[in-house]
Design a protein around this ligand. Structure first.
Ligand code: NDP
Length: 297
């Protein structure tokens, strides 16, 4: 209806990036102030508040803050996922207007759109993930949701706006396969864990689950490696970059970053679970020795 140009976002990427960055700095500051003042009012938490500045500052960062009844953690993740899709759609509009729409762009756009829509369909599974149960809502999460997700996950799209990649039929088929396998592993493993948390007798691949110490799932994807869900996500990230070919490393920034992030996160999660589950975790790690990729890591 000509109210706003569909290329408004793709034409002003840097301005939006800068505005979103400063918004997340401001949002983090407000979250810390709100968290600090609410913890100061709670007498049971007072001993911690009298510690040093770093401790107080850290203490101000809450696990699951709410504002006007809205869960801010979910709010920011949703904003980030929607922002990513909007950026991509705007990039798509720009490439159509420039008459440079390519097969690579269509593949990249399709994979990402499925990933984002799938997030909203299965958002309930998020409630048993690390970000929700263990990560405090400070700068890392706010910046990650509002700036990192929409802008770095769309790097391949920005790159394809100004660069070309010729894909053979075999490469296109291989790319689709990486996406499909990544999706099945990612979605399947996250779903299995979520279902298990709700009902530890729920069937896994049609069989009763193998359970360690009554608490940990050791069959299905969770019997192959301790974080198959990370493996699936990494394959998906790779499938978003493969449409760009291999002439430049820039489109591979996202899978490379995710590889580092997930290896680091797996180590943190492992330490957390070892402390929480003690002997049960040791038994599970003996039973399932691979962390992410069987026979490699
Ligand atoms: P997980 O969903 O794997 O959650 C880890 C938690 O699950 C553990 O702390 C533990 O929590 C529980 N758990 C671990 N092993 C078992 C088991 N065998 N049986 C039962 N419970 C178990 O981790 P994340 O939240 O890090 O990841 C969720 C998804 O989000 C992944 O697919 C990941 O790839 C994706 N992700 C994507 C990112 C991106 O930038 N694209 C960034 C981060 C994550 P408890 O104490 O409840 O038992």
């Amino acid at each position: 209806m000509n109210y706003i140009s569909p290329t408004a976002i793709s034409d002003r990427g840097l301005e939006l990036l800068s505005a979103t960055f400063w918004f997340s700095v401001l949002a983090t500051f407000l979250l810390c102030v709100a968290g600090y003042s609410s913890s100061s009012q709670s007498s049971s938490l007072k001993p911690y508040v009298t510690g040093n500045f770093v401790h107080d500052w850290w203490f101000g960062i809450q696990l699951n803050p709410h504002f006007l009844g809205i869960d801010l953690k979910f709010f920011f993740v949703r904003a980030g996922m929607m922002g990513w899709l909007l950026i991509n759609l705007s990039i798509l509009a720009r490439s159509i207007l420039n008459a440079t729409l390519s097969q690579s762009m269509i593949l990249y756009q399709t994979f990402c759109a499925i990933y984002v829509l799938d997030y909203f369909i299965h958002e309930e599974y998020m409630t048993s993930t690390w970000d929700i149960i263990a990560e405090r809502l400070g700068f890392m999460l706010v910046f990650g949701d509002l700036v990192w997700i929409p802008f770095t996950f769309s790097i391949q799209g920005w790159w394809l706006l100004t660069n070309k990649a010729e894909l053979t039929t075999a490469a296109t088929i291989a790319n689709c396969l990486v996406f499909v396998i990544g999706y099945l592993v990612f979605r399947g493993s996250n779903k299995q864990k979520h279902m298990f948390k709700k009902n530890n007798k729920a069937l896994i691949w049609g069989k009763p689950p193998k359970v360690v110490g009554g608490k940990l799932l050791a069959s299905g994807y969770w019997g192959i490696a301790r974080h198959c869900n990370y493996l699936g996500d990494l394959l998906l990230a790779l499938s978003f970059s493969l449409p760009c070919g291999i002439s430049s490393p820039i489109p591979y920034f996202y899978p490379m970053y995710l590889l580092i992030l997930l290896i680091w996160r797996e180590r943190r999660d492992d330490a957390r679970c070892a402390e929480k589950y003690k002997d049960i975790w040791a038994e599970y790690t003996k039973l399932v020795p691979w962390r992410i990729l069987p026979y490699v890591y």
